[in-house]
Design a protein around this ligand. Structure first.
Ligand code: HEC
Ligand code: HEC
Ligand code: HEC
Length: 280
């Protein structure tokens, strides 16, 4: 076959394929329209889940408290919670907190962590159940280095190379030795996962003090100092196993910021914002 014939054949094939594709699109179009019309009803059923402070670990599902009144509004770009219709939605009393006893009963509220922890319910029953080497205290490593267990690392990859403390602390400085569904204080007494501030505070006393005073962390709710508030607990923001964001070795996992808002009509750029309005 000569070259020209081959090209013609290829061209004919391509054109043929193109028309076939166009025709196929045309025939599927009405079907697409139907699907689009049906979509809003379908989409309304799909639950909107947005994150509060820590992506993947502190989620909230959008629902209506009253018709047209959602419990939370979230950023369509980042998926982060922006506004609360009810700041106390899903909260429970914080429990006893030293030096916060001036706050009237039921005015200090938190979102329980335990229900967010998917693996934890298994820990004390399936593996650290009082039977076998994974549990019995005399067999715990003397050098306080965690024994690599593939099952554990499979469940929670971040503990494979524990970043917190830069090698100075290990699992049982935070987790209770015999009650694996509890954290531990300096006296060896158990702490609930819903009160992580009691755990973190034993080593980060300055941060606990700031948190109590409202300088560190976040609270939402009533304005008055003794008013009803939801307190964000330490682990709602910090991942206890990786407070340094791995190799970044500095603070939190970075989020892509939202794009800036649209400029008002007639304004070319936002350069004026860089100038201080009062000369100094
Ligand atoms: C600085 C304290 C600290 C250290 C050290 C620590 N943990 Fe944790 N761990 C926590 C806290 C607090 C939670 C609960 C996290 C939350 O509320 O999101 C937790 C949760 C867990 C969970 C449950 C996770 C889930 O999603 O259900 C497992 C399993 C676990 N840790 C294993 C380990 C292992 C293994 C080590 C050692 C290699 C370790 N931890 C070291 C504080 C610590
Ligand atoms: C047993 C002591 C201990 C406990 C308990 C503990 N930490 Fe730490 N934490 C450390 C040490 C040690 C460092 C490392 C400080 C350094 O390297 O300068 C650290 C560092 C940090 C850092 C800073 C990370 C950085 O950039 O160096 C954060 C944030 C942090 N911890 C949060 C927490 C939170 C939240 C909790 C409770 C879940 C907690 N810690 C519990 C000992 C502890
Ligand atoms: C609302 C979110 C939030 C809560 C709640 C929160 N923190 Fe933080 N924390 C932050 C942010 C943001 C930083 C600054 C991180 C950075 O610089 O990258 C920080 C920094 C820290 C640091 C490191 C400070 C330093 O000097 O490098 C420690 C330690 C810490 N927090 C402990 C705690 C403890 C303990 C609690 C609970 C009592 C807590 N945080 C509650 C958001 C939070």
């Amino acid at each position: 076959m000569n070259k020209l014939a081959t090209y013609t054949l290829v061209l004919a094939f391509c054109v043929g394929a193109y028309y076939a594709a166009v025709a196929a699109e045309k025939t599927t179009e009405p079907a697409k329209e139907e699907a689009a019309q049906a979509a809003p009803a379908e989409a309304a059923k799909e639950p909107v889940v947005c994150f509060e402070s820590r992506k993947g670990a502190s989620e909230i599902t959008q629902r209506e408290i009253q018709p047209g009144w959602p419990n939370v509004k979230c950023s369509p770009t980042t998926g982060a919670a922006l506004w609360y219709g009810d700041p106390f939605d899903g909260t429970v009393p914080m429990g006893k907190m030293p030096l916060l006893d001036k706050i009237p009963e039921g005015h200090a509220l938190v979102k329980p962590r335990s229900e967010k922890l998917a693996i934890l319910p298994m820990c004390g029953t399936a593996c650290h159940n009082g039977v076998g080497p994974a549990f019995s205290p005399p067999k715990l490593p003397k050098d306080k280095k965690a024994v690599p267990i593939p099952t554990m690392e499979g469940l929670l990859p971040e503990v494979k190379d524990l970043q917190h403390g830069r090698g100075r602390i290990w699992c049982l400085d935070c987790h209770h030795t015999t009650q694996r569904n509890k954290l531990v204080d300096h006296y060896g007494d158990p702490i609930s996962f819903d009160q992580p501030q009691l755990l973190c505070g034993k080593c980060h006393g300055d941060k606990l003090r700031d948190w109590r005073d409202g300088i560190h962390g976040k609270r939402i709710g009533e304005w008055a100092s003794t008013g009803k508030k939801r307190w964000f607990t330490c682990t709602e923001c910090h991942n206890p196993h990786n407070v340094q964001d791995g190799a970044r070795n500095k603070g939190f996992v970075q989020l892509q910021p939202e794009p800036p808002p649209q400029l008002p009509m007639g304004m070319k750029d936002g350069k004026h914002e860089k100038l201080h309005p009062i000369a100094h």
